[in-house]
Design a protein around this ligand. Sequence first.
Ligand SMILES: Cc1cc2nc3c(=O)[nH]c(=O)nc-3n(C[C@H](O)[C@H](O)[C@H](O)COP(=O)(O)O)c2cc1C
Length: 229
Amino acid sequence: MTTPEHVLVVFCHPLEDSFGAALLEQYTAGLRESGRTYEVADLYRENFNPVFPAGDYIQFDGGEMPQHIRQEQARVERADAIAIISPLWWLGFPAMLKGWFDRVWSCGWAYEFANDPDGSLLPLRPYRILFTTGGSAGSFARNGYAEALDSLIRVGVLGWCGVSESSLVLLHDTGIDTSTTDAHLDFVRAVGAGPIVDRAPTPDPRRITILNSPVRARNIPDAPTMAAL
Ligand SMILES: Cc1cc2nc3c(=O)[nH]c(=O)nc-3n(C[C@H](O)[C@H](O)[C@H](O)COP(=O)(O)O)c2cc1C
């Protein structure tokens, strides 16, 4: 795989001085080391409005999304790869990040309103998601949470977002076990410096879970629309 040149890093954390912010610093330092350019979509600091309003339904009638959403989409369009750094809240995206997906990944731009398109209108890009979790690797494995997140987020959500290959990393015990802190920071810097998605083994499976099996997502420029079905 050729190394992508320009990475969009979507960052979600309400606190300026969070551990997530420290991870962002390490990840972008790694990107710089690798010679890549990047831009950060810092959803809280940029006051992104994650609430999907009635007006956004215009997308389903073929209308243009609001200008500030088009600007978010332009950031995606000029990126060769996407990285997302966020805490895991209630086993999913925090509302801010969920709203970013709700609003930015619109019908007619990211996907067509087809019945089960199993793919995206967008050119394919690699994706990396880094989630911090309070829970341990053991509890995620015991309860099947890692596999559930893999299906729902990596295959299900990203499958509609033009994913070529993807990797979802769960950084466990964050904010609970401070002995993992340095290991997570070092790991995330190395991830930033390496390929967006690599198949390297997990450094320490007690602290980090990596999900990156191949997905069958694809782009669908010729997919039938609802009207044609
Ligand atoms: C609203 C909320 C919901 C959370 N839900 C989960 C969860 O479902 N599973 C989990 O392992 N940790 C959960 N956590 C813990 C966070 O993932 C953890 O505090 C965070 O990753 C630590 O990073 P931070 O110190 O930068 O916030 C939750 C935290 C908050 C505030």
